[in-house]
Write a protein that binds this ligand. Structure first.
Ligand code: ATP
Length: 193
């Protein structure tokens, strides 16, 4: 089995995430891709974010029509800080004969050396990198060069931040995210400020 691992706050999930995951499945010939909403983020202040329960539910709704997309609550279910290495370790243990592909935006590659136990991450997975809109070129770190595949993906300038701001400013988010997620956001009055 070839499994993609896609972590994020998903606050909310949007079409940028879904298109990327679809193309990763295609290009890496994945059998499945696991969406893992982040629990306690080691590098981001998450006090401003929606509750884990909302993020989990929105992610569930966003991916429910794709049988290759799987939701994991493993990071949200623990109160411990979410380190990618621990998540990969657990997935590898549960799927002993699988090859894992960790999906990372090029923006994360630039700070990869700040992550916890990068050596072990590289033992457990192949890093699949995709482009993100950025004005500065990113040097691929030497430690990564041998364990990295590049995905060919269009730059889609939708972000969760844009969606949150649009909702706050009473602007439409139609087509930014699947209808079911948009309806959930409105029903639960998320991001209304
Ligand atoms: P925020 O705006 O709150 O920072 P975000 O839209 O970047 O959020 P995250 O949940 O932080 O979303 O993203 C999870 C992963 O999805 C990240 O690795 C990020 O690089 C990637 N991602 C986010 N938006 C896009 C997009 N439009 N196209 C491709 N990848 C994306």
């Amino acid at each position: 089995m070839r499994i993609g691992v896609f972590g994020g706050m998903f606050d909310p999930p949007h079409l940028g995430h879904l298109i990327l995951a679809e193309l990763a499945c295609e290009q890496l010939e994945l059998d499945s891709i696991v969406f893992i909403p982040t629990g306690t983020h080691p590098l981001k202040n998450d006090s401003l974010h929606s509750s884990p329960a909302h993020r989990l539910q929105m992610t569930k709704l966003a991916i429910e029509r794709n049988s290759k997309f799987i939701l994991s609550d493993r990071e949200i279910a623990t109160s411990e800080t979410s380190y990618t290495v621990n998540t990969l370790e657990a997935i590898a243990k549960e799927n002993p004969d699988s090859q894992l592909f960790l999906l990372l935006g090029i923006d994360n590659i630039a700070i990869f050396d700040q992550w916890h136990r990068t050596d072990r991450i590289l033992e457990l997975s192949t890093i699949a990198v995709y482009d993100r809109p950025s004005d500065k070129p990113v040097n691929i770190l030497e430690i990564l060069s041998s364990k990295l595949v590049r995905l060919k993906t269009p730059l889609i300038e939708i972000s969760s931040t844009i969606i949150r701001e649009r909702v706050k400013n009473h602007l439409s988010i139609k087509y930014f995210t699947p209808d079911v997620v948009r309806e959930y956001i409105l029903e639960h009055q998320l991001y209304a400020g």
